[in-house]
Design a protein around this ligand. Structure first.
Ligand code: SAM
Ligand code: SF4
Length: 461
């Protein structure tokens, strides 16, 4: 199967190299009107160098984001299960040849301990992350770990959605993974550029480009209909990666009745211990300004796909990117197995983080920027996945469900973890949000908040 046609992508990018401003504006107008963009439109947007015109791209992305996702930002935390890995990715500290890394795989007791800490920070949604290893991250172990995560209780709090980022599997194994009750299955192609891919993944099962690029076909065949794709920006030309990722989206939509990926992730290459390749020596390091435009263009090209931003990025840049189309963020993250309960981290982490703030501080910051921190996990539990989620998103009805859920789950967070100061800022933002809602949604939302204040937990529609 070859749905990534490199030649076609290169020729689209070559054609766009000297795009006239009139053509760039035409593509921008099309994006604003909500029309689906062609690869050539996207290449035209990515060819914009003029700062004012770029600002217009950012503004258009902001409008689209607000119209579809409203003001909410969904919070999650990664939970690293193991840093054992048989692959040798040039950019990752978990690579097999990194002998200095302290290797660890969490026991079920340790997982329980980590989850307790994350629950005490207010998290309700976790992303389990694992290196690729036949025994240390075997499917049985993943299943047992998911069961453990869901079983932990702290007062009224529990983890209500477990997503997973792990190596590609066979269709049969994906059926088993689905039976464990996962939300989204994530796996990033890293780079869609075949030659670069082979170079940066010199050995191990990950060396096989096709096995990886077809991973979501197998996951969706197995009935996992919320999948998350991504590229690791900084390995190859970001414009190539964006067009290729859009080809991947189109392929999945064509094959699975209009259902594309539920989310895309946009990690950028960060320095990692003993990793030969990083942003200081890669020829394709993505500068902040280009990264901002990349995020905005992605938002315009696939308006209905959630976009995830991790703590790899610095707080100042995160603040700006929220506005250009981010819908989910991690906060308070650790990238070493056991990192939430251990005091030393430096020899077991996957890569360096840019945002070290605790969850509470990120919540406060997000709130002061006018967003509603959301701890919602409703869709997957209400069966709104795959085509049901897509039709909800495409009818722009996401706001009628997600905003009330965001407000109710945030109220629960405030009740359990907020302080006076946070409640004061929240009150104003929440009132403004409800005032913007049409009836009966506004009334319904007030009821949900009231029920939460009276002590009900996990209130959602
Ligand atoms: N081992 C599995 C895999 O590679 O697909 C899943 C987990 S891996 C720990 C998760 C992701 O971390 C990778 O897909 C890659 O994009 C990202 N990553 C690895 N090294 C990185 C680095 N130095 N900077 C930023 N992200 C990195
Ligand atoms: Fe292993 Fe994943 Fe790191 Fe590659 S990115 S070395 S596969 S953990």
């Amino acid at each position: 199967m070859s749905f990534i046609n490199e030649e076609a992508i290169h020729s689209t990018l070559d054609d766009a190299a000297n795009t006239e401003p009139a053509r760039q504006r035409e593509a921008l107008a099309k994006a604003r009107s909500g029309e689906r963009l062609t690869l050539s439109d996207v290449a035209a947007l990515l060819s914009i160098r003029d700062a004012d015109l770029r600002e217009e791209v950012h503004a258009a992305a902001r409008e689209v984001k607000r119209a579809i996702y409203g003001n909410r930002l969904v919070f999650f935390a990664p939970l690293y299960l193991t840093n054992h890995c048989v692959n040798n990715c040039l950019y990752c500290s978990f690579r097999r040849d990194n002998r200095a890394l302290v290797r660890a795989t969490l026991t079920q007791d340790e997982i329980r301990h980590e989850v307790e800490i994350l629950l005490d920070q207010g998290h309700k949604r976790l992303l389990l992350v694992a290196g690729e290893h036949p025994t240390q991250s075997a499917l049985d172990y993943i299943g047992e770990s998911i069961e453990t995560v869901y079983s932990v209780r702290r007062g009224n709090n529990n983890i209500r959605r477990v997503n997973i980022n792990a190596a590609p599997m066979s269709t049969e194994d994906f059926r088993t993974l689905k039976s464990f009750g996962i939300g989204t299955y994530q796996c990033f192609q890293e780079t869609y550029h075949r030659e670069t891919y082979a170079h940066v993944h010199p050995s191990g099962p990950k060396h096989d480009y096709d096995w990886r690029v077809e991973v979501m076909d197998r996951a969706m065949e197995a009935g996992i209909d919320d999948v998350g794709i991504g590229v690791l920006f900084g390995l190859a030309d970001y414009r190539f990666e964006i067009l290729a990722m859009l080809e991947h989206v189109r392929h999945l939509e064509e094959r699975f009745d209009g259902v594309g990926p539920h989310t895309i992730s946009i990690p950028r290459l960060e320095p990692a211990m003993n990793a030969p390749l990083d942003s200081t020596n890669s020829p394709w390091t993505l500068a902040d300004e280009d990264f901002k435009t990349a995020v905005a263009v992605l938002r315009l090209a696939i308006p209905y796909t959630g976009m995830i931003l991790s703590t790899r990025e610095r707080p100042e840049l995160r603040r700006e990117l929220f506005d250009y189309g981010i819908s989910q963020i991690s906060a308070g993250s650790r990238t070493d197995p056991g990192g939430y309960h251990r005091d030393t981290h430096e020899y077991a982490e996957q890569f360096q983080l840019g945002d070290h703030r605790p969850v509470r501080e990120v919540v406060r910051d997000v709130l002061s920027l006018g967003y509603i921190p959301s701890f919602c996990t409703a869709c997957y539990r209400s069966g709104r996945t795959g085509d049901r989620f897509m039709s909800l998103a495409k009818s722009a009805n996401i706001g009628a469900i997600c905003t009330p859920n965001a407000l109710a789950t945030f109220e629960e967070y405030l009740k359990d973890f907020g302080d006076e100061d946070m409640r004061r800022i929240a009150e104003r933002i929440v009132e403004e949000e409800i005032a913007r809602m049409p009836e009966p949604i506004g009334r319904k939302t007030r009821e949900m908040i009231e029920r939460t204040r009276r002590g009900e937990t996990d209130v959602y529609i």
